[in-house]
Design a protein around this ligand. Structure first.
Ligand SMILES: [Fe+2]
Length: 429
């Protein structure tokens, strides 16, 4: 922000200098040159005719005065135009910044928070509120706000705001109220900008002004309307993402239950996917993974052995059949377009860091990081829980065994992260 502010200032200074230079060379210099020529060659000849000389001097002073007056008037106009241009640029930059933030906002509150802050930055209002509809036909409620003590200000003026809001929602256009008050207790002006998507109401901006005589100039209203359009689309995206998360969470739960239901009672593998997901999440956060790969890791951890659903239960411990489960799981998941990245993590969860794993014998960074984390969490959970053919080992012993495989079976960085998670006693992170 500071950097672009400096750029704009430099641009303004250059433009100002260019206008100054152009006017100086085009008007002041020729006038001065004319005065010098007259003084050197014409006035001496008119010396005897003092009336003619005085007339000539008067003309020169008049031309010079007009030139200077034009210069100052032009300079003032240029500065006003530049100030207006800078304000427009600042608004545009605020909207562009908000657009970037809104497009990456993951949920409704993040969108509302960004929109409220941006609305406040676009105006001189005392506070900005984003109101959203709780459901079809339900009243608008404040979701997020920004500014100076927004909650008490809203409560004090709830009735007045309600009136403006009703007017804006009825007309579907920005609506304003000027109270003519000082603005300390009662806002001097209130603006409500509705947010609509596909013709339907999604919410509204509410902005109260505090200063007496302050209002909402047309350029601010235009900027707020643009912001309302961007925010409406961002709210729709957030709603879609929320529906997707809800869908995937429940489908995953159904698949994990199906996987568990396939096991005999007392099978040590029961509960394994959920425990692996919890540990993988802890390791992923220890490695400072972003939210998107963490979500991918979470779903892949829950579904990493889903390929066993395609293998006859009597053959679950057959080595050849067992080696096919990552590929079978990949084929099941990769058909769902939005799960293709999750499917890749599942495909590679039995690769070894030195390239001796399966199914593709990938090594090092050729294996997705989430698969390397999943591999460590998977083996840790297997070691710390008994199986038909071996007893469980303690946490310390499990970490030691995994450390012994660092660089061979496991990614050393992931093993170190596991060590730190275990040392903190944060196994259910
Ligand atoms: Fe597996």
């Amino acid at each position: 922000m500071t950097h672009s502010g400096q750029l704009k200032s430099l641009f303004s200074q250059k433009l100002d200098r260019a206008v100054f230079g152009t006017y100086f060379l085009g008007s002041v210099v020729p006038t001065a040159a004319l005065a010098a020529v007259l003084h050197r060659y014409v006035l001496p000849g008119l010396a005897r005719d003092s009336l003619g000389a005085m007339g000539m001097v008067g003309v020169l002073v008049g031309v010079g005065g007009l030139s200077l007056a034009s210069f100052f008037a032009l300079r003032r106009l240029v500065r006003m135009a530049l100030a207006r241009m800078q304000a427009d640029n600042a608004r545009l930059e605020t909207i562009l910044g908000a657009s970037r933030e809104l497009s990456s906002a993951l949920d409704t509150h993040a969108v509302a928070d960004t929109a409220a802050g941006c609305a406040l930055a676009l105006t001189d209002a005392r506070a900005a509120y984003v109101l959203l509809q709780g459901g079809r036909g339900k009243p608008l409620l404040v979701c997020e706000s920004a500014g100076e003590e927004p909650a008490p200000l809203y409560q004090r003026n709830q009735e007045l705001i309600g009136e403006v809001l009703d007017g804006a929602l009825a007309s579907g256009t920005p609506t304003f109220l000027e109270t003519g008050e000082s603005g300390e207790e009662l806002p001097s002006a209130i603006a409500v900008i509705p947010m609509t998507i596909a013709g339907g109401l999604r919410g509204a901006f509410v902005l109260p002004h505090a200063r007496a005589g302050a209002g909402f100039p047309s350029e601010q209203v235009d900027a707020l309307r643009s912001l309302a359009g961007l925010a409406s689309v961002a709210f729709q995206n957030a709603d879609l993402q929320s529906s997707q998360r809800n869908f995937f969470s429940h489908v995953t739960e159904i698949l994990v239950v199906a996987l568990d239901a396939q096991l005999d009672s007392g099978d040590p593998r029961a509960g394994h996917p959920n425990r692996v997901a919890a540990l993988a999440n802890g390791i992923g956060r220890e490695l400072e993974l972003a939210e998107e790969p963490l979500q991918r890791l979470h779903f892949a951890s829950l579904l990493h052995d889903i390929g066993y659903l395609k293998i006859d239960r009597a053959l679950h411990y057959d080595p050849a059949q067992c080696r096919s489960h990552p590929t079978l799981g990949y084929r099941m998941l990769s058909r769902i377009r939005l799960w293709q990245d999750v499917a890749k993590v599942v495909l590679h969860h039995h690769e070894w860091f030195d390239g001796s794993g399966y199914p593709e014998s990938r090594s090092g960074s050729e294996i997705p990081l989430e698969s390397r984390i999943l591999a460590v969490a998977d083996v840790f959970d297997k070691l710390t829980h008994e199986d038909f053919d071996r007893p469980a080992v303690g946490v310390t012993e499990a970490v030691e065994q995994i450390r012994a495989g660092a660089g061979r079976q496991f990614d050393p960085h992931v093993v170190e992260a596991l060590g730190r998670v275990v040392e903190r006693g944060d196994l259910a992170a």
